[in-house]
Design a protein around this ligand. Structure first.
Ligand code: PHE
Length: 362
């Protein structure tokens, strides 16, 4: 006969119970019945002190071993049950993506006007056969200035306040001041004919109601053997009509100066204030919307294109400005305040993706 209460029956009983378990609740009941305050194993442990000194050690060891074994078994069983529960949930969790949306939070999140307007611009130029190009926000002097015919000593360098980054002398790194360096990168990479637009962020140290240190531009570039001013004018006119969603638009081309275009022009569109609304396309006032011109022969040479063979035109639009005009926002700084009330008011519905066939901004 054993010198202390036999615990092997208890072991067999508990292991069988754990083995037969069907749910996490049942498992927890077993845990309480064995290891809880009044549980079978806990009572055995309490019992140790009533044993004689000789049996205490043996008995204690055995009960502790049983406690460890049962604890481990319960843990193993628990994670198996939890895993099975997850697997079951996943297998039953069917999402039918073809069903119409019900009660979603779609109205809570809005598309920022800048994203909307960028998409609208991309849609219009894609339709005319332009591809989308990209370049880095962190540029070097070479791409942002030198290749665009703006050498170190050129007054145009002082025309904009550039954010320089610490770096190499001679070809300092900077935050691009315009999207025009993407012209250079594209011409270095691709063979003409080239037809691209390049939307993106641009940076200048400037801040007031219509200027923020970070803003957005879209660059346009066409290089071909017979690219000409007539095509430039047509492109811009078609763009303005499509963008402002009007049948006719009165435009004015003014001579201007950019080091990388010759001749250079600035484009104004007619507008009129009607009470508090701005009517775009007609009227007696003028709004400047973009800079443009024929690509300067020196710029073509800088990217190894022969100016006697290839011609090009380029333009640069301010996205933020176009957004303000089209959607009637007056302070550019509020674009970047991340004020949810502003976004909910001026933002666009997530599933209303701009398309020419459906209407850009409906
Ligand atoms: N890069 C010019 C600017 O930021 C705009 C421009 C682009 C002008 C292309 C002419 C041609 O002001």
């Amino acid at each position: 006969m054993s010198k202390f209460p036999d615990i092997s029956n208890l072991r067999v009983k508990l292991l069988k119970e754990i083995n037969d378990i069907k749910s996490l609740d049942q498992l927890d009941n077993i845990r309480v019945s064995a290891l809880g305050k009044k549980g079978a194993i806990t009572s055995l442990l309490k019992n140790i002190s009533s044993q004689t000194i000789e049996v205490r050690k043996d008995f204690g060891e055995q009960v502790n071993a049983l406690k460890r074994q049962i604890t481990d078994e319960i843990e193993i069983c628990k994670s198996a049950l939890q895993q099975a529960e997850i697997t079951k949930k996943i297998s039953q969790d069917v999402i039918d993506v073809t069903l119409p949306l019900t009660n979603t939070n779609l109205e809570n999140g809005k598309i920022h006007p800048i994203s909307q307007v960028t998409e609208e611009i991309i849609e219009i130029f894609s339709d005319m056969g332009f591809n989308i190009a990209e370049g880095p926000d962190i540029e070097d002097e070479h791409h942002n200035f030198n290749s665009l015919n703006i050498p170190e000593s050129h007054p145009a360098r002082q025309m904009v306040d550039t954010f320089y980054l610490p770096g190499k002398d001679g070809n300092s790194r900077l935050l691009r001041t315009h999207t025009s360096p993407v012209q250079i990168r594209t011409m270095m990479r691709e063979e003409p004919p080239i037809r691209i637009i390049a939307p993106g962020r641009t940076y200048r140290s400037d801040s007031d109601q219509t200027h923020t240190p970070m803003f957005h531009q879209v660059e346009g570039l066409v290089i071909d053997q017979d690219a000409n001013m007539g095509q430039l004018k047509w492109c811009l006119e078609e763009f303005c009509k499509a963008f402002f969603e009007v049948e006719n638009i009165k435009m004015r081309l003014r001579p201007s100066y950019f080091p990388f275009t010759e001749p250079s022009l600035e484009v104004d569109i007619a507008c009129q204030k009607d009470k508090n609304r701005l009517i775009v396309g007609e009227g007696s006032d003028w709004l400047e919307v973009l800079g443009s011109g024929m690509v300067h022969p020196q710029v073509l040479r800088n990217v190894n294109l022969d100016p006697s063979k290839y011609k090009g035109f380029a333009f640069g639009l301010g996205i933020d400005r176009l957004a303000m005009l089209k959607y009637g926002m007056t302070d550019l700084r509020s674009f970047f305040d991340s004020d949810l009330r502003w976004l909910r008011h001026y933002g666009f519905r997530a599933l209303d993706i701009p398309s020419l066939s459906r209407g850009l901004s409906e």
